[in-house]
Design a protein around this ligand. Structure first.
Ligand SMILES: [Zn+2]
Length: 375
């Protein structure tokens, strides 16, 4: 009798390397397409139902995969993103390499590792000749790093069909999973004043930059660290010449909020900004980009279940609230969601991005047990 297939960390790392070596910066339709083809082939070879979802607005395709078992009943949605923040050519500068317990490469941590881990566990069930109690849908999107504009509606639609959402983002804290994330909103502000010569016409001019300066103070003052609200005017611009009263000024604003109620109030404050100068017009566009991911009783129960599974495997997990967003923000208002189920490491979005090889096996086993026990 041959030995039963086992979860093999070296094999997983080799598979992750295969994904890292296909560069996929967000918006690189060709690169993303090559990764879709790569994954599609691997899943299809196991009999899974694969489907490409066309990207829109310049984003690459997404890949949706359904387990061949389980039919149409609500199941497990596994979410991961294929895009990375690293521009094309990064791989040539910093190829995959191993140093001690760390494996390096562009996007290896955030999050080629999680995508491969999800595939591998599915493959493991197939190798064992087993099925999971619930059907599994994998959705790998192409635009998470820019807020999932093209894939959002597909993620939400799959969340509505699912009983659980498992997001395989990585984590930089040992033994940590995520059960809450701050929400975010984005706004563009456009101010129109009246141009005039800066000397002779100054009195007739209406400075859009002056108006924007006042609005920036109002916006930044909405920050309330106690209540976990932050407002950042990240980009401001305006004017056409040093001797011209500026007729136009614009700003881009990022708002972070911990709950739906706070989000609603803060967003209406931003959308309700009024000009100080009655001769100036002020337009605000934008709104919620990622809703807050709040730990519901269902999410707490899913976490407790996961914690028990980890303890059985032999490690301890804790949960935490993240100050960053992910696609878990999109699913959590709809379905019980657990995030950061990928590998451990550090340096997301940096040139020292790395995963810890020793975290691969326990994390893989945890994901396997979740697939095996969620019903
Ligand atoms: Zn990520």
């Amino acid at each position: 009798m041959p030995d039963a297939p086992r979860i093999d960390a070296d094999e997983i790392l080799e598979g992750i390397r295969g994904l890292v070596e296909i560069e996929t910066p967000t918006g690189d339709v060709e690169g993303i397409g090559r990764l879709v083809t790569h994954l599609e082939g691997k899943f299809a070879a196991l009999g899974a139902k694969v489907e490409r979802i066309p990207g829109s607005g310049g984003q690459g395709n997404c890949l949706r995969v359904r387990s061949p078992w389980g039919g149409e009943q609500p199941g497990i949605l596994v979410l991961g993103h294929m895009d990375t923040v690293h521009p094309k050519g990064t791989l040539a500068e910093r190829p995959f390499r191993i140093e001690g317990d760390s494996a390096f490469g562009p996007g290896i941590f955030d999050m080629k590792s999680g995508v491969y881990l999800a595939f591998y566990i599915f493959q493991h069930f197939c190798r064992l000749g087993r099925e999971t109690p619930l059907p599994i849908t994998f959705l790998f999107n192409s635009d998470e790093e820019v807020g999932s504009p093209s894939s959002r509606s597909h993620i939400e639609a799959e969340a509505r069909k699912a009983r659980y959402a498992l997001v395989v983002e990585p984590t930089s804290q040992s033994g940590m999973v995520t059960t809450a994330r701050i929400g975010s909103a984005r706004f563009a502000i456009k101010i129109t004043g009246r141009a005039a010569h800066s000397s002779g016409g100054h009195r007739e001019g209406r400075s859009a930059i002056k108006e924007l300066a006042r609005q920036i103070l109002v916006l930044e003052d909405m920050t309330d660290y106690e209540r976990e609200i932050t407002v950042n005017v990240g980009i401001a611009s305006g004017g056409t010449g040093v001797n011209v009263v500026p007729a136009e000024a614009t700003a881009l604003v990022d708002l972070r909020v911990p709950s739906a109620e706070i989000a609603e109030a803060a967003i209406s404050n931003v959308l309700g900004l009024k000009p100080f100068d009655p001769d100036v017009t002020l337009e605000v566009s934008g709104g919620l980009s990622r809703p807050p991911y709040v730990k519901s009783p269902e999410i707490e129960a899913l976490f407790q279940h996961t914690r028990t599974l980890a303890a059985e495997i032999g490690f301890e997990i804790t949960d935490s609230k993240s100050s960053g967003g992910s696609d878990a923000n999109l699913t959590a208002p709809i379905v019980a969601t657990l995030d950061s189920l990928g590998v451990e490491g550090k340096g997301a979005h940096t040139d020292f991005e790395q995963l810890y090889i020793s975290s691969i096996e326990p994390r893989a086993r945890l994901l396997f047990r979740l697939f095996e026990t969620l019903s």
